[in-house]
Design a protein around this ligand. Sequence first.
Ligand code: FMN
Length: 186
Amino acid sequence: MIYEVVVTTVNDQDEVHIAPMGIRFEDGFTVIAPFKPSQTLTNIDSTGTAIVNITDDVRLFAGCVTGKSDWPVYPATMVNGYVLDAAISHNELRVVKKADDEQRPRIYMIEVFNAATRPFRGFNRAQAAVVEAAVLVSRLHLLSAEKIDSEMDYLSIAIEKTAGAKELEAWQWLVDAIENFRIQSD
Ligand SMILES: Cc1cc2nc3c(=O)[nH]c(=O)nc-3n(C[C@H](O)[C@H](O)[C@H](O)COP(=O)(O)O)c2cc1C
């Protein structure tokens, strides 16, 4: 099972980097699989730490894939790094081992601290639709325009029926990113 979360890491200069990632839990480890090359992988390799942020603010997912990466954070408790203000809970992780791969290494990490700051309020279809659309936008260069249009049409039903203000804002960033990509590709 894969959980969509937002991973925060820091570089050598203690600058925070924020990236949506799909993580798995396996034999007591949290497994993160960042593609090569990526800032997340570089940072984890250099610090040996990462923080998994669980958030219901889907603007983080849409924002990070559309160039909006400046989100409020506060220092972590047990590892070198920062937690998103938008996290309803977070896990602070240290690297234990790494299964290297040409494209996508798997990093096995253990939890050294976790905290829950806000309750999970339940599933929302518009939030799920934004996460799906963010995945599409992160793969615009790989997918056909027809595929993108038909998926966005379907996902827009959940947006129209169930979105709140944050979901509408996130959705609009994604719609704009698709339009800009097409203008630039023409
Ligand atoms: C829901 C979602 C899940 C993602 N999961 C992964 C992942 O597991 N591994 C990965 O490398 N990128 C993943 N991405 C794409 C990264 O967030 C994006 O490419 C990011 O820029 C990573 O590169 P960076 O660390 O250099 O920023 C995901 C994107 C979304 C929207």
